[in-house]
Design a protein around this ligand. Sequence first.
Ligand SMILES: [Zn+2]
Length: 129
Amino acid sequence: MGIYETLKSTASVLREADKIEQYRQILDAMEKLLELQNKLTELGKECKLLKEKLKIKDDLTVSNNGYWLKSNKDGPFCTRCWDKNKDLIRLKNENPYYKCPECANSYEGPNIESYRQELANLNRRGPSY
Ligand SMILES: [Zn+2]
C-alpha cells in the first residue's frame, strides 16, 4: 500500500472513531503530500528540460556568425536567442543574410563578400541609362 492509501485508510478509521482533530491532521498531511508530489513532477520536468539544454550547450559551436550543432552539423541557429534565453532558433536564409524569425537579428551569411563585391562593381559602373 502506498503512503497516500495508508493515510486515506487511517483517515477513514479516525473518522469512524469520531477522532475529528486527528482526522483533520491526516487530511492536512494528505493535502501536503499531494502538493509535494505535484512540485516533484514539476521539478522533474524542469530537470529534464535543463538536461536537454545542457546537452545542446555542449554540442554547440560558433561558425559563420551562427551556432551549429557539432554532432549533426545542423544550423545555423541564432546566437542572441541562445545566449539570452537558451532558445535554439533556426536562422532563415535570406541571402546574403541570415535572419532570426524570433528576435529579427540579422547575420552576415557565407555569400556576403561576393554580394559586397557585386555592389562595389555596380557602383563603379554608375547608373545605366
Ligand atoms: Zn534570435
